[in-house]
Write a protein that binds this ligand. Structure first.
Ligand code: SF4
Length: 425
C-alpha cells in the first residue's frame, strides 16, 4: 500500500487527513491530488514522520540539507544541526553525509528528526566503491540498488535518484559547452560512471526495479536535478531540458506504479528564467511537485547566498515551485555550521511565506500580526512572527527610555501612538 494506491481506491489515509487539517483544504481534494501525483506525502512507515504534504495548492515547504563531509565529520554536530533546523521550522531534513560511518550517522539523524527525512543513496554507493575498489566508476549496479533498499529499510522517507542523467542527456551536455558543466555531486557520479563504463544509467535502464523498491516502503522518489545549472550563464539550456523531458516520462511511469515522485530543479538562474523553467517543468511532468534548490539569482554573493536563494525561492514559489531547498550563507564556501543552518531555514521560510501570500494562502497570520503592531502588543507580535527569538533579542537590546509601549526607533514620536490619539473614528 502506498499513499497513491490508497488515494486511487478512494481511501483517505491518516496522513491525508493531517495534511488537510494543516493546510485547511478539503480532504477529498488532497486525496484526489495524491492519486494524480500532484501532491506527495513522503512517509515511510518505518520512520513515521509528521505528515507533510508537498504540491499543488499547498503551502510552500522548506528543506534543510545537513551532513558530514570527508573533510569535516562530527556526528554530534550534525545532530545539533538537525535540531537547529527543526527549531527554525524546517518541514524536511536531508542527510547528505559523505564522511565517516554513513549508516551510523543516518540512523542517529533519523532518530532525532520527526519530519520527512531524505537522502541521496548514490553517495554511499560511490563512497563504498572508492573504499572497496578504488573509484566511483567501479560502482556496481548492485551497489546502487542496494544503497537505496538499505536506506529504505532504515526509514528514509524520500530519496534522490538522478534518473535523468543518461547516455542521451550526457551527449547533450557535451555538445552544450557549458561554463560549468555540472555541479550536482550525484549527477557527476552517474555521468562519470556512464562515460567510463559506456553503459546506461542503471536507475534509468532498470527503472521498474527502482519503482518496486520504492513501492515496498512507500519511499517518495525525488527525481534528481543532475543537470542543474551552476552558473547563470548555463541556465535553462538544452542539457537541462533534455534531462527534464526524460524525467517527465519517468514521472508518468512512477504514477502508474503508485510510486510518489517529485522533481528537482535549479540551481543558478536569472530571475527572468524562473517562470519559463517552472512552466515547462509543470507541463512535461503534468504538475509534479517541484523541489528547487534556491534558485540562486546571482552568482557573485558568496557569504550571502541564503539571501540570493531566498529571492529566487520567493519568485519560484509564486510561479508554482512547491518545495524550497534552503541555501546557507556557507554555500560554495564550506560545510555549514549550526548557525548557518538556522539562518538558511529562516530565510527560506520567509521566501516560502512570501510566495504563499502572493498566491492568497496563509494571509491571516500577517493580518493578526499587523493588528498586534497597531495595538503595540509586543507579546502577540512575537507570537506571530517567523523568528520570535531574534525579534525579542532586538527589542531588548535597546528598549525605549520613557514610553515603554513604543520602541526606541522613535520613542515618544511613535507614529502609531500619535495617530491613535488624533485620528478618531
Ligand atoms: S516607535 Fe516608531 S518604529 Fe517603534 S512602533 Fe512606534 S512607529 Fe513603529
Amino acid at each position: 500500500m502506498t499513499q497513491i494506491s490508497d488515494a486511487k481506491k478512494g481511501v483517505v489515509t491518516k496522513q491525508m487527513k493531517d495534511v488537510s487539517k494543516y493546510e485547511k483544504i478539503d480532504v477529498q481534494l488532497i486525496r484526489r491530488r495524491v492519486a494524480s501525483g500532484k501532491i506527495v506525502i513522503p512517509f515511510n512507515k518505518i520512520h513515521s514522520p509528521k505528515s507533510v504534504g508537498i504540491g499543488k495548492g499547498l503551502k510552500v515547504k522548506v528543506n534543510a540539507n545537513i551532513g558530514t563531509s570527508r573533510e569535516h565529520c562530527d556526528i554530534d554536530e550534525e545532530i545539533d544541526k538537525a535540531k537547529a533546523s527543526l527549531d527554525a521550522g524546517t518541514h524536511a531534513v536531508m542527510d547528505l553525509s559523505t564522511g565517516g560511518d554513513l549508516d551510523k550517522i543516518r540512523l542517529s539523524l533519523i532518530k532525532n528528526v520527526d519530519v520527512p527525512f531524505g537522502t541521496v543513496p548514490i553517495y554511499q554507493a560511490g563512497i563504498d566503491a572508492i573504499e572497496k575498489r578504488g573509484s566511483i566508476v567501479d560502482m556496481t549496479e548492485d551497489d546502487m540498488f542496494n544503497s537505496i533498499e538499505s536506506q529504505a529499510k532504515q526509514g528514509v522517507d524520500f530519496t534522490v535518484v538522478h534518473v535523468g542523467i543518461t547516455k542521451e542527456s550526457v551527449v547533450r551536455l557535451q555538445r552544450q559547452k557549458r561554463l560549468i558543466p555540472m555541479v550536482s555531486r550525484g549527477g557527476s557520479f552517474h555521468m562519470a560512471w556512464i562515460l567510463h563504463n559506456d553503459l546506461e544509467n542503471p536507475f534509468y535502464e532498470n527503472f521498474d526495479y527502482l519503482l518496486e523498491i520504492a513501492k515496498e516502503y512507500d519511499i517518495t522518489l525525488s527525481l534528481g536535478d543532475g543537470m542543474r545549472s551552476g552558473a547563470l550563464y548555463d541556465s535553462n539550456d538544452r542539457a537541462k531540458f533534455q534531462e527534464l523531458l526524460i524525467i517527465g516520462e519517468l514521472v508518468e511511469r512512477a504514477r502508474k506504479q503508485n510510486v510518489q515522485t517529485m522533481v528537482e530543479g535549479p540551481g543558478h538562474m536569472p530571475l527572468s528564467d524562473i517562470r519559463p523553467n517552472i512552466e515547462v517543468m509543470k507541463k512535461v511532468t503534468d504538475e509534479a511537485p517541484y523541489f528547487v534548490l534556491g534558485p540562486l539569482v546571482i552568482d557573485i554573493a558568496p557569504g550571502y547566498d541564503h539571501f540570493v536563494g531566498g529571492i529566487g525561492g520567493a519568485i519560484a514559489g509564486f510561479y508554482g515551485a512547491d518545495f524550497l531547498c534552503y541555501v546557507t550563507p556557507a554555500e560554495h564556501l564550506c560545510l555549514p555550521d549550526k548557525n548557518d543552518v538556522r539562518d538558511g531555514v529562516i530565510v527560506s521560510r520567509i521566501a516560502a511565506h512570501a510566495s504563499d501570500i502572493a498566491r492568497g494562502i496563509d494571509r491571516d497570520v500577517d493580518y493578526s500580526f499587523s493588528k498586534a503592531r497597531e495595538d503595540l502588543n509586543w507579546d502577540d507580535m512575537f507570537a506571530f512572527c517567523i523568528d520570535p527569538g531574534k525579534a525579542k533579542e532586538y527589542r531588548k537590546k535597546r528598549l525605549p527610555l520613557e514610553d515603554k509601549s513604543s520602541c526606541s526607533m522613535c520613542g515618544k514620536l511613535c507614529a502609531i501612538e500619535i495617530v491613535k490619539k488624533y485620528l478618531k473614528d
